[in-house]
Design a protein around this ligand. Structure first.
Ligand code: NAD
Length: 253
């Protein structure tokens, strides 16, 4: 059975990816800090197994421990989706040190250390496909999202340098760059935007966001997961180092 390692797989886009890979018969090692939601997914029935490993990707030792346990239990990973991420909006002048550190630790260092841990057994097997979670902020600036945007720009560069370094080992590395997707992460953000700018009406905040996207709507998590799946398959065998927009045309404007 092929194995996919997915970080941040407990909710949102990651959970959609867990279900996509498990539905296709992959065993999935789900690494997440959210034990309740992770264990709930573990209990679902799919053609492939879902096994939850409680992990804090901001701590390298936690990543290494979970990847070692996953490999011991499920075998060599064929696919890595390094997806775990956090967002905290703040203007430049209100930045808090602890928020800056947390966003960089999870979104950038967490991705780097996850790739290092999972690429080692892939190297030994001589094959693997890695998909990194970036964002439309690889290409576009957004008010209040300075640190998050910087980490996603960093993830894009990781995809490029890692693809060059790992190509000779038979490992491809690409990044997906979604625009706004409806998930628990963005629910919190648009609840706040609704409070601040739309008389407490989050639905109007979502509608205004949809208008910024040429396709005129917000993406569902499954629409990102299907591209991640494509990037993991032989159908994309000549793609590596690519930054793939999945954004309804947002960055085409
Ligand atoms: N939702 C969007 O609009 C959007 C757009 C572009 C990119 N993204 C990116 O997609 C990824 C998934 O976000 P989402 O929108 O599905 O949000 P989400 O909050 O539903 O998912 C994030 C997941 O990461 C996990 N996580 C957070 N901190 C962690 C840590 N320290 N260790 C392990 N797991 C941790 C959470 O528990 C959760 O399961 C993130 O990297 C995010 O930046 C989201």
């Amino acid at each position: 059975m092929a194995l996919a390692v997915i970080t941040g797989g407990a909710t949102g886009i990651g959970a959609a990816a867990v279900r996509t890979f498990a539905a296709e018969g992959y065993d999935v090692a789900l690494l997440d800090i959210n034990g309740e939601a992770g264990r709930a997914l573990e209990g679902e029935t799919h053609p492939g197994r879902v096994v939850f490993f409680e992990t804090d990707v901001s701590k390298r030792a936690s990543i290494v421990q979970s990847v070692e346990a996953a490999v011991a239990q499920l075998g060599t990973p064929d696919v890595l989706f390094a997806n775990a991420g956090i967002q905290k909006l703040s203007s430049l002048f209100d930045l808090k040190d602890e928020d800056v550190d947390a966003i960089i630790d999870v979104n950038l260092k967490g991705v780097l250390y996850t790739v290092a841990a999972v690429a080692a057994p892939m190297r030994d097997a001589g094959r693997g496909s890695i998909v990194l979670m970036a964002s439309d902020q690889v290409f576009a600036g957004k008010e209040g999202s300075i640190v998050y945007g910087a980490t996603k720009g960093g993830v894009a560069q990781l995809a490029k340098s890692l693809s060059v370094e790992l190509s000779p080992l038979g490992i491809r590395v690409n990044a997906v760059c979604p625009a706004t997707v409806k998930t628990p992460l963005t629910d919190v953000i648009f609840e706040n935007v609704g409070q601040q700018s739309f008389d407490g009406d989050a639905d109007r905040a979502w509608a205004a966001e949809a208008q910024t996207i040429p396709l005129g709507r917000i993406a569902a998590p499954e629409e990102i997961a299907s591209v991640v799946y494509f990037l993991s398959q032989p159908a994309s065998s000549f793609m590596t180092g690519a930054l793939v927009p999945v954004d309804g045309g947002f960055t085409a404007q």
